[in-house]
Design a protein around this ligand. Structure first.
Ligand SMILES: Cc1ncc(COP(=O)(O)O)c(C=O)c1O
Length: 355
C-alpha cells in the first residue's frame, strides 16, 4: 500500500488549463522570445559551459550582478528556480506548524495558500473588496498583528487583479509589523514602483522578483530574492545544494547584463495593456479593472460561456469560474499586437451575439 504524507491527497494543485493554444494568453508570460542580440550572446556563452562541474561560479556571478544593481552585497541575494521556489522556501522557513501564521491578500497569487499548506503553516487570507481590490494597509497590519504572523505577504502589482500599491503604503505596513514581510514583485517591471529601496531601512523586508515575465525567461525558471544577510542565510538552509542548473544561470546572467535590450519591449507590453484595456471598456457588460502589469482582469456575466467560445477558437485565457472574490472574472495576458487584435475581435463577435 502506498502511504503518502498526511494531507497530501487534499492538497490543491495549480489549475491552469494547458493545451497547444493558437493564442496563449493564460499565464502572463512574455509574448516574445529572446531578443536576437541576447540570443547570439547566449549561444556563444553556452559553448563555454563547464557541464562537468557544479555551478558554483555561475551562481555567484549572477548574485553579484544583481546585488550590484541594488547596491547590495551578494549575501543579500538568493536565487531560485523561478520566484516560485523562493516563495515556497520562504513559506517553509517561516512555517512548520499551525502556530506559524502566514498572512496574504485574497484574491492574489493562487499558490500562496498552497505553499502555506505545504509548509504546514496556517494561512490567514485578508479579503480584498471586489469593487477595486484595493489592499487597505491598516487592515492588513491589523490582520498581521492579530494573527501574530510569522510571515506577511503582499503581491505588488497584484496577480490576478492587476492593481498596484504605492511604495508609501508598503512602507506603512513595513513600519508597523515586526515579522518577515515579503513583497512579491513578479510584475514590477511593468509598474516601476519597487519596495527594493526600503530594504536597508526595514531588515525584515524581503523582495522577490522573477525573470519569467518582463524578461521572457519562463522556461529557464529563474527568480531571486533580496533580503538581509540573516534572512538569506536562514532561508538557504531550506534549499538543496546546487538547486539551479548552469544553463538557467548563464541565461539569466546574460539577460541581466543585457536588460536594456528589454526596455522597448516592456514599454510595448505596457502600451498594449493600455490599448487593450481601453478597447475592452467599449464592450457592453464588461468591467475592466485597472492594471499595472502585462495582463488585464475583466468581469463579465457570461464569462464561462465566453471562455468556452474562446477555447473553441484556440484562444487560452485564464478563467476563474466561481472562485470566491473572482466570480465571472477572466484574466487576459497581453500577446503580440496581432494576437491582441485577434482575441479582441473574437470577444467582440461573442458579445455582439455574432458567434
Ligand atoms: C505573483 C506571482 N508571483 C510569483 C510567480 C512565480 O513565477 P516564477 O516561478 O515563474 O518566477 C508568479 C507566476 O505567475 C506570479 O504571478
Amino acid at each position: 500500500m502506498l502511504s503518502y504524507r498526511k494531507g497530501l491527497g487534499d492538497m490543491p494543485s495549480y489549475d491552469v488549463v494547458e493545451r497547444p493554444w493558437e493564442i496563449k494568453i493564460n499565464a502572463n508570460e512574455c509574448n516574445m522570445n529572446l531578443p536576437p542580440l541576447v540570443e547570439d550572446r547566449l549561444m556563444a556563452r553556452f559553448s563555454h559551459v563547464a557541464f562537468n562541474r557544479y555551478p558554483n561560479e555561475e551562481y555567484d556571478l549572477l548574485r553579484e550582478q544583481i546585488a550590484d544593481n541594488f547596491s547590495l552585497q551578494k549575501e543579500n541575494v538568493m536565487l531560485g528556480s523561478g520566484s516560485s521556489e523562493i516563495i515556497e522556501k520562504l513559506f517553509y522557513a517561516f512555517g512548520g506548524s499551525g502556530e506559524q501564521k502566514i498572512v496574504f491578500p485574497d484574491p492574489s497569487f493562487s499558490m500562496y495558500p498552497i505553499y502555506a499548506k505545504a509548509a504546514e503553516a496556517a494561512a490567514v487570507p485578508v479579503v480584498l473588496d471586489g469593487e477595486d481590490y484595493h489592499l487597505d494597509a491598516e487592515q492588513f497590519v491589523k490582520a498581521v498583528k492579530e494573527a501574530k504572523a510569522s510571515l506577511a505577504v503582499v503581491c505588488n502589482p497584484n496577480n490576478p487583479t492587476g492593481n498596484g500599491m504605492k511604495v508609501s503604503e508598503i512602507e506603512s505596513i513595513a513600519q508597523n509589523i515586526d515579522c518577515a514581510f515579503l513583497v512579491d514583485e513578479a510584475y514590477i517591471e511593468f509598474y516601476g514602483q519597487s519596495a527594493a529601496g526600503l530594504l536597508r531601512k526595514y531588515p525584515n523586508l524581503i523582495v522577490a522578483r522573477t525573470f519569467s515575465k518582463a524578461y521572457g525567461l519562463a522556461s529557464a525558471r529563474v527568480g531571486y530574492m533580496l533580503a538581509s544577510k540573516e534572512i538569506t542565510e536562514m532561508v538557504s538552509k531550506a534549499y538543496m545544494p546546487y538547486h539551479m542548473n548552469v544553463l538557467s544561470l548563464v541565461t539569466a546572467d546574460i539577460v541581466y547584463q543585457m536588460r536594456h535590450e528589454y526596455v522597448p519591449r516592456i514599454q510595448m507590453m505596457i502600451a498594449e495593456r493600455k490599448r487593450m484595456s481601453e478597447q475592452l471598456k467599449t464592450l457592453a457588460g464588461f468591467k475592466v479593472y485597472p492594471s499595472e502589469t502585462n495582463f488585464v482582469l475583466v468581469k463579465y456575466e457570461r464569462a464561462a460561456e465566453l471562455n468556452a467560445y474562446l477555447e473553441s477558437k484556440g484562444i487560452g485565457i485564464r478563467s476563474f469560474g466561481s472562485k470566491p472574490g473572482l466570480v465571472n472574472c477572466l484574466r487576459i495576458s497581453m500577446g503580440t499586437r496581432e494576437e491582441n487584435d485577434l482575441w479582441f475581435d473574437a470577444i467582440k463577435v461573442f458579445t455582439e451575439g455574432r458567434a
